[in-house]
Structures are given as C-alpha cells and as structure tokens.
Design a protein around this ligand. Structure first.
Ligand SMILES: Cc1ncc(COP(=O)(O)O)c(C=O)c1O
Length: 464
C-alpha cells in the first residue's frame, strides 16, 4: 500500500508529495489513525532529502490531514467532526449569566427587518433566473460608498461566504497567504481546510506590520488578508501612513489584497483602504451583519474584474445570486431615513461602549490595544485561569488562542462590548463573589473589576 503511494508521486517537490499523500488519504489508501513511516524512510523511498519530506508533512499538518504526536510519530488525522477554532472558542455552554464571547452586535441596536419587509415594493422579477445577481439600485448605492471606483462588484451571503468563494476561486493546496495576527478564526480554519499555508503578519497600532508583510511576501505569499478598521479582535485600525508604506511593499509584486470590513464601512475615523492606492489588486469585502443584522446574510465584494469576475462566474453554477428579496430589504435599510438614523446611532453607541470598557480597564491597570469595533482584546497572565475566573462569576469570554495561527501562549481573551451599557453600571466598588442579584453583573464597573481580576488569575498576584 505504501508502495502504491510512493509510485503515485510524480512531482517530488514537498508540495507534490503533500498533494499525492492528500489524494491517498482522500481515496482511503491511507486511513484515519494510520501511522506514516519515519521521515528518513520516506525520503529514501522517494529519493529526496529528509527536509523535503518534513516540509510536505508540515503542509499536510497545516491542512489538518495528519498530526504529529511526539514519540508516537505522525498519523493520518481522524476525520474531523468536532468544532474547529471559532466554534471551540465560542462553544455554547449553559450556565453563563453574561455572555461576552459572541462578537455579535447588540440586537437592540439593529434595525427592524420585519418593518423593512413591509416597506419593500412587490418584486416583479422575483421569479426570474435571468435578472442581474445584484439589485441595480443596491449596486449603485454600494458602488458610491466604495473607497475607490470598482471594476466588478457582487453581493454574496456574508463575509465568510465571500472569503470562501475567494479561496475556492483563487487558492490552491500549498499556496502561501499572509494573514493578520491576531485574526478572525474562521478565516484561519478556511485557509487550513483548503491546504493554504497562512503566514502571520502582526497588527500594531497603525495596521499590518510592514516588515512582517515583506517577509511573508518574500516567502511567497500571493494574498494578504486583513481588516482595515475595527480589527476583530484587537479593535485596531489602519492609518493612512501605514497604508502607503504597505503599498510600497506590495507594488510591483503579484499579490492580491483582501480587505475584510466586518464593521460595514463604519469605522470611527475616516476609512483607510489600500484600494485607494492599489485598486487593481485590492478586493474589499463589506459585511452588513454588524450594522444591519447577521441574519440578513449579506456582504458586498468589490475589486478588480480579474479577481471578482471568477467568483461571480463560479457562483452561477451554484447558488447563482443572493436572494433579491433580502437585497431589497438591505436597500430599504440603507435608504430609509429612520433606519439610517438608527444605524448611525448604533455606531456611536458601540464606539462609546468600547471606549468605556477600555477606559474602565485602563483605570484598573489593564491596557487594551485598540478601541474601534465591538470587542476589546484583553492581555491576561493565563488564558485558562482567566476564563475560569470569569466563569466562576457566570461570565463568558472568548479564548484568545483561537485567533492565532499557532498560539504564542495563552495570553489574551476577547470581550465583546456591544451590549455593555455604561449607563446601566452600578456605583464602582469591588465585586462580591456571591452576587445577590445576577442581573447586577451587567454593570460596566462590576464587569471591569471582574475582568481586571481575571487578567491576573493564575499568577501569584491573582491569588492574593
Ligand atoms: C473579521 C470578520 N470577518 C468576517 C466575519 C463574518 O461576517 P459575516 O456574518 O458577514 O459572514 C466576521 C464576523 O464577526 C468578522 O468579525
């Protein structure tokens, strides 16, 4: 059987070997749990250097096809039926009084979809397969709000759908991809599932770190994924100066930039996009989940025809288009004066809530990096201990390690601030372990006390 696999390898590069093995796993020649021979033996069988086999193994491991378990060697992974990164980080559990793990908008600040549905005119084209995939009035509205004139634009079922379509159309097994760090976990899962190799690019106070991007591109990355504003989880945004510096590194290289705007075009400052400078290689994905409701399942994708065109073409062979009825609801919400006021008010409310939590934590000696968006990224001494500390008071946060390609240590948690109303806070004071009324725990000061204590949990100071 091993001989059969060896004979199936005709490209003896690490990528060729990884591809042949992944095909073998697919066909069931190699079964889940089966142990692979030692690297030296495989290298001898294939007459290549052991380093080539190591590289092939790491590609397969990143794609989640094999795993190395210390002295027990390398095995084909059991079929993954369990939750991946994000599901694991957010794994729904009963018994929490306050859930700050979700990354979701405050439902009370979302526009009323039912009212919008009543307002939309009867759609004469509702039963046609032949109409444009994007409702024309919605298209022109979105185009006007784009940071640059856009060659091709479509509407898909949310930002993750956009990423998934992009990956299917443009990435192949073994392709290297530069990814901001920390990063939205489902994107990492998606890339790994596709066999792409994510290369981390740090995100500091001004955006993706230039030297990291240069290193990733030098290592062969052909795509950069990052969030230009309200970065989930860190709350940071791209500055205009950094945008120019990044463009200098990217210019002249064959690289596509995918900007993930999950805040729906609503940064607290002026939006900065690489598309302004490099429109021929920048795709912007704008989700309407946070601003208008996750259940609308709509995002716009716009960019060069060479990148967005294949996504549109491929979609004709699948879903075809995103429901025009739902698109009409979005169009209504983007034009109805009352809905616009509500969405604008939600934006300032989120900014105030995130700033209030960041300030409250700073006052307790905990500095969080950014203040855009609906999350704060809280440094902790020990993630596990911090989560347990919060859980003991009935509060849930998202574990930080899911946001890294390979966790640098369990040193952050993410707190979603969208629903923490500073007005509802009790007078400042220490949180007692046995809260008389669990509802009290929604107060900002209580929560900040608790989170600040959680940051120290697991250290000597935390036990005092
Ligand atoms: C950075 C980022 N990208 C993508 C998504 C997914 O958005 P959608 O609901 O449009 O699929 C989210 C959702 O939280 C996000 O934070």
């Amino acid at each position: 059987m091993w001989q059969e696999l060896v004979e199936a390898v005709d490209d003896r590069s690490s990528k060729g070997i990884a591809l042949a093995l992944s095909a073998g796993i697919d066909r069931g020649v190699l079964r889940p749990g089966e142990r692979l021979p030692p690297i030296r033996r495989v290298a001898r069988d294939l007459q290549v250097a052991p380093a080539t086999i190591s590289a092939a193994w790491s590609q397969l491991a990143r794609a989640g096809l094999i795993e190395t378990d210390g002295r027990r060697g390398t095995r084909v992974r059991e079929a993954s039926v369990g939750p991946r990164r994000y599901r694991r980080a957010l794994d729904a559990q009963a018994g929490y009084r306050v859930d700050l793990s979700t990354g979701l908008p405050d439902p009370r600040l979302l526009p009323d979809l039912h009212a919008a549905m009543q307002r939309i005119p009867r759609d004469e084209t509702a039963h046609s397969y032949l109409e444009e995939p994007v409702v024309p009035a919605l298209r022109s509205l979105i185009e006007k709000s784009w940071p640059n004139p856009v060659e091709a634009l479509t509407v898909v079922d949310g930002a993750m759908d956009a990423h998934s379509q992009f990956v299917a159309a443009h990435l192949r097994f073994g392709d290297r991809v530069a990814v901001e760090q920390p990063c939205f976990p489902p994107l990492l899962d998606l890339l790994e599932m596709a066999g792409a190799v994510p290369l981390g690019v740090g995100y500091d106070d001004a955006g993706p770190v230039v030297a990291d991007l240069r290193a990733a591109l030098d290592a062969g990355a052909k795509v950069l994924f990052f969030q230009p504003w309200g970065q989930n989880p860190s709350g940071r945004s791209l500055s205009a100066e950094r945008a120019l510096e990044l463009c200098c590194v990217i210019e002249g290289r064959d690289v596509v930039v995918v900007e993930d705007d999950s805040a729906g075009g609503t940064p607290s400052g002026p939006p900065v996009s690489l598309g302004t400078y490099l429109p021929e290689r920048t795709v912007l994905v704008r989700s309407f989940s946070k601003t208008h409701g996750p259940d609308l399942r709509l995002a716009a994708v716009g960019g060069p025809a060479a990148v967005v065109g294949p996504i549109i073409e491929r979609r004709y062979l699948g879903q075809g288009w995103s429901s025009r009825m739902v698109q009409s609801i979005l169009l209504d919400l983007l034009t109805d004066p009352a809905a616009r006021t509500l969405v604008a008010r939600a934006r300032t409310t989120y900014a105030a809530r995130t700033a209030a939590m960041a300030d409250a934590l700073a006052a307790r000696g905990v500095a969080v990096p950014g203040r855009d968006g609906i999350n704060v990224w809280v440094p902790v001494a020990d993630q596990g201990a911090a989560l347990v500390h919060l859980a003991a008071a009935g509060v849930r946060a998202a574990s930080g390690d899911a946001f890294w390609i390979s966790p640098p240590g369990s040193d952050h948690i993410r707190i979603t601030t969208s629903s923490i109303d500073p007005e509802a806070s009790r007078p400042e004071g220490p949180l007692t372990a046995d809260l008389a009324d669990p509802a009290d725990l929604t107060g900002l000061a209580d929560l900040a006390d608790l989170i600040a204590a959680a940051t120290r949990a697991g250290t000597w100071a935390g036990h005092r």
